[in-house]
Design a protein around this ligand. Structure first.
Ligand code: NAG
Ligand code: NAG
Length: 211
């Protein structure tokens, strides 16, 4: 009995610092660059994740990811001071790069939001929508991490605005963005399903140009 109580006590001790890092449809204040922050539940259609920070002044590559356990449905990258942003995804291998206007500037503060919508991620810069990246994975409904890889910027805070309170039970999801739209897309982009359980380990070589 004593053993069990001691065990539970230590479990509690070790759990708390980890729980403090979970984004639970709330705002976490701090610098999270270099960390992978878990969500208390997968992003749902309509949820918006926003973070606010500053880019350091030395030239560097700035990037941000929304991740599942094994994929990167959204990868954003800007090789500073190039004035364009690269958008891509990785479901085992990198997809085709798409390009948009710059999101970051050397030495400048910024605020970026990503809304998970039907068939696209809507990316906003300083509260203005500037880009839509197509959802290319069937696993859009298990996005559970946010991360920024490089160390040449810092965040002030990270926030998730959820369309549904985190305490209610999960609503049934019936629609799959990017799929089942019939003929409307003429030819499509050839990504789509196929990614399934693709493990991430194979990506280290091809990813060198992506970070
Ligand atoms: C970042 O957040 C702070 C605190 O909420 C705010 O004052 C500031 O204007 C934000 N920065 C940008 C670029 O929106
Ligand atoms: C950094 O990027 C790699 C893929 O390039 C990814 O596997 C890893 O989870 C990322 N880390 C963060 C903190 O985003």
């Amino acid at each position: 009995m004593l053993k069990i109580i001691t065990f539970l006590f230590f479990l509690g001790l070790f759990k708390n610092p980890i729980l403090a890092q979970v984004l639970d449809c709330n705002r976490l204040v701090g610098n999270f660059v270099g960390q992978k922050i878990a969500f208390s539940r997968p992003m749902e259609i309509g949820d918006v994740i926003t973070w606010n920070g500053t880019v350091f002044s030395q030239p560097s590559t700035i990037g941000a990811n929304l991740l599942t356990a094994s994929e990167i449905p959204l990868h954003i990258k800007q090789i500073m001071p190039q004035q364009r942003t690269v958008f891509n995804n990785n479901g085992g291998v990198w997809g085709r790069e798409l390009f948009g206007q710059p999101l970051w500037q050397l030495g400048q503060p910024y605020q970026i939001s990503v809304k998970l919508d039907y068939s696209v991620f809507r990316i906003s810069l300083n509260n203005v929508e500037v880009y839509q990246f197509p959802i290319r994975t069937a696993n859009w409904n298990v996005i559970t991490f946010w991360g920024m890889n490089n160390s040449f910027s810092q965040t002030n805070w990270l926030e998730m605005k959820c369309i549904r309170s985190p305490t209610t039970t999960r609503a049934p999801r019936t629609r799959r963005p990017g799929h089942g739209h019939g003929g409307g897309h003429g030819g499509g982009h050839g990504h789509g399903g196929g990614y399934g359980g693709g493990r991430f380990s194979s990506s280290s070589s091809s990813e060198s140009c992506e970070r």
